[in-house]
Design a protein around this ligand. Structure first.
Ligand code: FAD
Ligand code: SF4
Length: 481
């Protein structure tokens, strides 16, 4: 343990954030890391608990508690406090293939479970994680690890999101020859086209992909398995196939006016903007543009927040976000005790920016869109306020109808799960979350990540990729478990 009295002496400090208004002028990351001095103090706050709840990684009532990949957090907190960075990096990489992603975008269930959070603010685990890996790259400690021996076994991974990449990394390091197929033009799944650049700069993703390629992983882009190459052909060429195709089937809103111009699914918006940014820095004009538009985002979740932040950077005239649920409470409720993930009100980056620009939080709560109106182009949304009944359902409040003028609408009401057609072509009956097994009913075909568990988090995708790789390895080597 670093400093026995560290948690008493030092307060939690947050990662440095650029000023909300100035960060709207570009698409660069909005956070920057702690200084080394700050990190030593933050590491010193860790109590090296006998039972480190931060590291357990369980689900309670559908909420994640602790780190799903069981990062050995107290160990690297202590090493950072002592300035032993390289050892901290070694410990971190034992459990996490891609800390540069989770250190930036993870909602940090580890911090929600930190014991210090019982009476004070949690240890700044996520910021410490990011600092360790960033230093690892900056110091040149991260070098390609090329496997010394090859097993002669070939594995195809379909989908290059964090699950596919983690699975590829593990299997490649075990000596198998791995090819990752991706239907998009760039590798990374939602790390590339989903999570916006200001949360995770795409050079960070590309740096990791280059490293994996140098280590021996083969990447094939613009290739949709099931279309450009059939399931049968893939099975014939490879000893095992892992489906890491995500759960990107978007939920739509079947209401009057949905067909109007200016109404888009959130992912079409976010993808078009990131692709154009990367392809031409918007010179190709091939993106949905919110400039000078009144924007409404339907859906109160994180994808909706990313739409808000994107529209702000495009200089929208106004932005509002509709959510179905009431605002979260300021403190934990009795039903959401420590060490569960805290369901409390926070001001995410997008809302902080909207408040700085327009003077108010863009979120509207308990609101339902009844119809969209316009003359070919969307002009307004008609809504009504909702309230929660005693049995947990929602009912409309008569007399609360309202008309919201707008020019652009993004639908961000979640995802329906994985696309089923590829599973059907493989003959796979997907069993999301019903077992801890990644093997499917078809021998040699495995499934992992959001494709197995539904839309989740990057950290869960990494865990699934790692665990699936272990199963595939046993299958290939015919080992007894
Ligand atoms: C807008 C948005 C923001 C998010 N922000 C965060 C965040 O801040 N923090 C966080 O932890 N999580 C976040 N998430 C969730 C997180 O990104 C996902 O849980 C995670 O990426 C899932 O990883 P995956 O590898 O299972 O699938 P994905 O990342 O979805 O990757 C699947 C890949 O498979 C490819 N594919 C599908 N079918 C085929 C096929 N037939 N042939 C070839 N390729 C195919 C797809 O093109 C895609 O690239 C966000 C999600 C969204 C939508
Ligand atoms: S729960 Fe918090 S204080 Fe305890 S070991 Fe983990 S990070 Fe340190």
């Amino acid at each position: 343990m670093g400093k026995a009295t560290g948690f008493i002496e030092y307060v939690r400090e947050e990662e440095r954030k650029r000023k909300p208004l100035s960060r709207l002028d570009d698409w660069k990351e909005y956070t920057s890391p702690f200084s080394d001095d700050t990190l030593a103090r933050q590491g010193a706050r860790c109590m090296d608990c006998g039972t480190p709840f931060c590291h357990m990684g369980m689900e309670w009532n559908g909420l994640t508690s602790g780190c799903p990949i069981h990062n050995v957090i107290p160990e690297w907190n202590d090493l950072v406090y002592r300035g032993r960075w390289k050892e901290a990096l070694d410990r971190l990489l034992k459990t996490n293939n891609f800390p540069e992603f989770t250190g930036r975008v993870c909602p940090a269930p580890c911090e929600g479970s930190c014991t210090v959070a019982l009476s004070d603010q949690a240890v700044a685990i996520k910021g410490i994680e990011r600092a360790i890996i960033d230093k690892g790259f900056a110091e040149g400690w991260i070098q390609p690890r090329i496997p010394k021996k090859r097993t002669g076994k070939k594995v195809a991974i379909v989908g290059s999101g964090p699950a596919g990449l983690a699975c590829a990394d593990q299997l490649n390091q075990a000596g198998h020859s791995v090819t990752v197929y991706e239907r998009a033009d760039r590798i990374g799944g939602l790390l590339m086209y989903g999570i916006p650049n200001m949360k995770l700069e795409k050079e960070i993703v590309e740096r990791r992909v280059r490293l994996l390629a140098e280590e021996g992983v083969t990447f094939v882009t613009n290739t949709e398995v099931g279309n450009h190459i059939t399931a049968e052909a893939l099975r014939a060429q490879y000893d095992a196939v892992v489906l890491c195709t995500g759960a990107q089937k978007q939920r739509d809103l079947a209401i009057e006016g949905r067909e109007l111009d200016g109404v888009h699914l959130a992912m079409d918006y976010l993808t078009s903007v990131t692709k154009s940014l990367l392809d031409s820095h918007f010179m190709d004009e091939n993106f949905i543009d919110a400039k000078d538009k009144h924007v409404i985002v339907i859906g109160g979740g994180d994808t909706g927040a990313d739409c808000v932040a994107t529209a702000l950077r495009q200089q929208c005239k106004s932005v509002v976000q509709f959510g179905k649920h009431p605002a979260l409470p300021k403190n934990r409720t009795e039903n959401n005790p420590w060490p569960q993930f805290p369901l409390i009100f926070t001001l995410d980056y997008a809302y902080e920016e909207a408040k700085a620009k327009f003077g108010e939080d863009p979120r509207q709560y308990c609101i339902q869109t009844k119809k969209m109106v316009g003359d070919g182009k969307v002009k307004a949304l008609h809504t009504i306020q909702m309230e929660k009944t005693e049995n947990g359902t929602f009912r409309e409040i008569p007399g609360t109808e309202k008309v919201w003028p707008c020019d652009l609408v993004f639908i961000a009401i979640g995802f329906e799960g994985p696309e089923q057609s590829l599973f059907a072509q493989f003959g796979v009956v997907n069993q999301p979350m019903t077992t801890t097994k990644y093997a499917t009913n078809v021998e040699g075909v495995f499934v992992a990540g959001d494709a197995r568990r539904g839309q989740s988090l990057v950290v869960w995708a990494i865990r699934e990729g790692r665990e699936a790789a272990q199963e595939v390895h046993h299958f290939l080597m015919n080992a007894v478990k």
